[in-house]
Structure formats: C-alpha cells, structure tokens
Write a protein that binds this ligand. Structure first.
Ligand code: CA
Length: 225
C-alpha cells in the first residue's frame, strides 16, 4: 500500500513515517504542498494523509488541487483544527475522513484500514491472493499456507504480497527494493536477501514444497505450479 503523507511538523512527520512503515505502508513524505504535488505527479498512491496547516498552501486547497490532477485515492485529514465548522468543511471539500490532533496511532491506523476497505471493489477476489496452497488476506494482512497462519512481520507480508502478485515471474533485487522499501536503501545492501531468507523460513516449512526460489545473481521467483 502506497501512502502519501503531507505534514509540515518534522516530529509528527518522522513519527508517522516510521510508524506507518512498520505497519506495512510504503510512505512518500512531504513537508509542504508543492512537494506533495510533485510526489503525486511522479507516482500513484492508495491513500493520503493531509495536514491542513501547511507552510505554502492550505491543506484543503491542496486536496482540491490533487483531485483536479486526477488523484482519486481516499484522503484522511489530520489537523489540529477541531471545530465542527472545520471538520465539516474538510469532509465536504475532498476529505474522506477527519482526525484531530492529538491523535492515537491505533485510531489512525484503524481509520486508514477502513478507508482502504471502503474504497475497494466488493467481493473476495480483490482482497485475497492465492498461489498454490499459499493464501494472502489483504484486508487482514494475514498469510497462510495449507490453512496454517504464518507469523509474518508487516514488511515480510508486503514482500510476500509482491512475490505473489508476480508469481511465476522473476523479480530482481532492485525491483523488490524499489517496491517494498522505496528507493531509500542503497542497492548494494543485502536487506533483500536477509528478508527473503527469513520469509522463506516461515513460508517454506519442513516437509513442504519450497515455493520461493533463488535465481543466483538474478533475483527470486515464487513458484506457481
Ligand atoms: Ca501543520
């Protein structure tokens, strides 16, 4: 899940970025409206968190601008403005939900999940991925193999989801770095190998057919037959 975070207060921005990444989101962070518009031009996002008091533009104007640019992802407004008028205005002018500061992280995460759920087409197909006896429940962020739930970290889930979406195809280390970690990590690190190693330990249990295959010097492939 790609999330665009627009927040000018550095402490809140850093806290949110770290917490959201731990929760499995890929976060693009912007401290002002201009940067947010640039990020929205460069890539697509599944959900947005927008602060209203930004240094260069009001958050509402930013949301309206992003809508004009064709951004249709749900927007959670996160603001210190608590009056009923502010909240109504925010919800009427492009916000899908409104949370006031100070906020509880657990509530923020729950609201994000709700927005994402509401925005998805109904039906089980879109919320589940299945490859052989491996199954991913994308809403509950839960993976299981032969009905046995796997204890994955949020990041391992994101990695496995990426492999599943590309089952039968080779994914390179740099593709994984790009998709799962964004481009903030240098490609010469072994972060991908380490995570694949741990993931394989959980997915390919004893006596089971190994699903995650390494192609030396190339990347990985999740077997689909
Ligand atoms: Ca602010």
């Amino acid at each position: 899940m790609r999330l665009l975070l627009v927040e000018d207060e550095p402490d809140i921005r850093r806290f949110l970025q770290t917490s959201l990444e731990e929760a499995g989101y890929q976060v693009g962070a912007a401290a002002d409206a201009k940067t947010a518009e640039n990020l929205a031009t460069e890539g697509t996002f599944d959900i947005l968190i927008v602060d209203l008091g930004l240094p260069d533009k009001d958050g509402i104007s930013l949301i309206l601008r992003l809508r004009q640019m064709g951004v249709s992802a749900p927007v959670l407004i996160l603001s210190a403005r608590r009056s009923v008028d502010d909240r109504v205005r925010g919800l009427e002018q492009g916000g899908d939900d409104y949370l006031t500061k100070p906020f509880a992280l657990a509530e923020l995460l729950a609201r994000l999940r709700n927005l994402l759920k509401r925005n998805r087409p109904s039906g089980n197909e879109s919320t589940r991925l299945r490859v052989l006896d491996l199954e991913l429940d994308l809403l509950r962020r839960e993976a299981s193999r032969s009905g046995q739930v796997l204890q994955l970290t949020p990041q391992e889930f994101v990695l496995l989801e990426y492999l599943c979406r590309n089952a039968g195809r080779v994914v390179t280390r740099s593709m994984i770095l790009d998709m799962v970690w964004g481009m903030r990590i240098q490609p010469d690190t072994n972060v991908v190998d380490v995570h694949i190693y741990r993931l394989r330990g959980k997915v390919d249990g004893k006596g089971q057919q190994p699903l995650i295959r390494t192609l030396r010097g190339v990347g990985y492939v999740l077997k689909d037959r």
